[in-house]
Design a protein around this ligand. Sequence first.
Ligand code: ADP
Ligand code: ZN
Ligand code: ZN
Length: 741
Amino acid sequence: MALDMPLRRLFDYLTPVAASANSPTEAAPEGATTPAAAIEPGMRVQVPFGRQRLVGLVVAVAESSDLPLERLKPILAVLDERPLIDAGALALLEWAADYYLHPIGEVLAAALPKSLRSGAPAVDTHEQWSLTPEGREAQARGEPRRAPKQRQLLTYLGARDSVTADELAADIPHWGEAARALRARGWAITAKIPTARPPAHTGPRGEAPELAPEQRTAVQTVSDALGKFAPFVLHGVTGSGKTEVYLRLVEQVLERRGSALVLVPEIGLTPQLVGRFRERFADPLCVLHSALTDTERLQAWRGAYSGHARIVIGTRSAVFAPVPNLGLIIVDEEHDASFKQHEGGFRYSARDLAVVRAQRSSVPILLGSATPALETLYNVENGRYTRLTLPRRAEQAAAPRIALIDLRNNAAQAGISTPAVQAMQRHLGEEGQVLVFLNRRGYAPTLLCTACGWISPCKDCDARMTVHLSANRLRCHHCGADEPLPVRCPQCGFAVKPVGQGTERIEEALEKMFPGVPLVRLDRDVVRRRGDMESAMKRMSSGEARILIGTQMVTKGHDFPNVTLVVVLNADQGLFSSDFRSPERLAQTLVQVAGRAGRGARAGEVLVQTEFPTHPLLLSLLAEGYDGFARTALLERQQASWPPFSRLAAVRTSAKTADAALAFLTDARKLARPPRNVKLLGPVPAAMSKRAGRYHAQLLIESAERTSLHRFLDGWLPLIDPLPSARRARWALDVDPIELF
Ligand code: ADP
Ligand code: ZN
Ligand code: ZN
């Protein structure tokens, strides 16, 4: 059985049957609900652990144990009537523990809502009241004589087998106190009864458009594969009709009495996609995401577990959601980095796990994106995945024209070059809308003293604090530190000035350049509550606002049909980075931003400002689009033997001192005896070593062979677990890391 502990092992306990055979005099423990014979893998049980009682999850029922019988403790109670985690999902979790080399107990814990981990019932229950035999006798005697309310209730219950609390409330106002009194006398009893919630399917509603030929092919191909494992990539720009393909496939799955699991990126879980599903299906949806409260999460989980909600939509951790009769998995925006859990102990890729789940459950999986990850395209190339392509929208005139603006030869005002300003004037004059993209919020990335060179450092990070002028604060975007904006240099008292551009400053500059033209800004400073995003979107889609300034937020899943010009203010952040993945990320961002232009009848124009207009990445992207870029980038990866041409794992540490962060990795490396085809790189301090007051470092492990890498890690991790230097640092293993530093 697995317990939620950072230990790479399982625990043995006696089943109640074995325990009572062992000591027949022992009474059944209080709270036991199920006959012992019914214990199955995937059920929760309560067990003694030292002085505590813990909730554990049964992984296997074994005939024997390595421990002698007298040392085995019995299970105290079985908490479920049927497995919480079905065989397919349990196999997925065991696979994940193995692949990500993480303690199974913590892996299982990550898969369950918090309340279930502490023993809450897995199904919705309601309270049911009935009389005991003593109660019936009392009623026959006409008792209790002095309490008319209790007598009334006794008579009412006496006429029925059992009654729910809701029925009672409807028939007998203020019944509670009397009912409790009857129970205290031993005349009435209550029971928690599972609420029956049968699967509901009412069929599609709302109008569905006639599919375009490529959509029809995609739907046909995937639906032909229903009932067996088959991975597909649905490659199409935003607006090409991917969601429509999802909807049709889900409809088919529901018709076959199956259920569908749809994974979406964290930030993409704006009501948009959920809204499309709600519009199309009257069926109940189970929606799981990080903003839910524990109660909401439990409710949603139960909806899926009971089989009531047969469409499960959720972010990352929903890959573990219970989906009885799973028929299809969809991963929308599969390239999105938020599918990777890169914090905490258990670091996994929900997209990769989704593929494994599909395989274990023998169902097709559809990975949708306008900019598939290079790993995914590589899997298409080597024949493991089948690509289904959707062309641009039919009503769209042409692909947007992308051009570079050389920042070295063009004057810029507040970071906006003259050609960009002229293009904006032209498009606004022709009734178009303009999107200005800058991946940096705040007013300016730093505050500078020209006298002494002070540059608003963060005390806790190797980073500068960002100027937030309207809030009058300096804020660190890495640790959240927040201070008043100084008027003078705290070091020498000289005047200070903001340097560089953030969205807030661009907004100010554009207001001056285009007086009277309504604009909206979209970044995390403006979007604080759920409704903020929608209201900004509405101002854009209604045409009230003409200019939209935004960060990454604007690249996700939103449709602005009248945007005819996109200006990317600075593409250069992604061009030079120690992380081999940053060109891929830049290309994805540029394609996704460019995809916002010219969605209507008019062709769009995209201008990308850069200081490096001859950079090969930009040139290949411009000349051949994302596919061309992907070919170039994959070749580069092959030459440098980066993934997908090799496998990586990273051991990451953080500690109170830079030495402690490195010391553990140095000790760990000394214990390593890697085979020839496994290489260790490092340890090195992170590029931004100090973050939020802690120092970070990493050690990379690389191999061309996945099995060699895993075999090495399997042998090595138990050796480094007990290292004394591990006590002065926090460490975690990240298999297939997607961010290197
Ligand atoms: P994506 O998911 O690729 O962004 P959507 O499925 O959301 O694309 O489609 C974009 C827009 O086009 C939506 O408004 C959708 O209703 C519409 N649409 C999709 N497929 C068709 C079709 N076959 N005929 C007409 N409109 C369609
Ligand atoms: Zn100064
Ligand atoms: Zn900081």
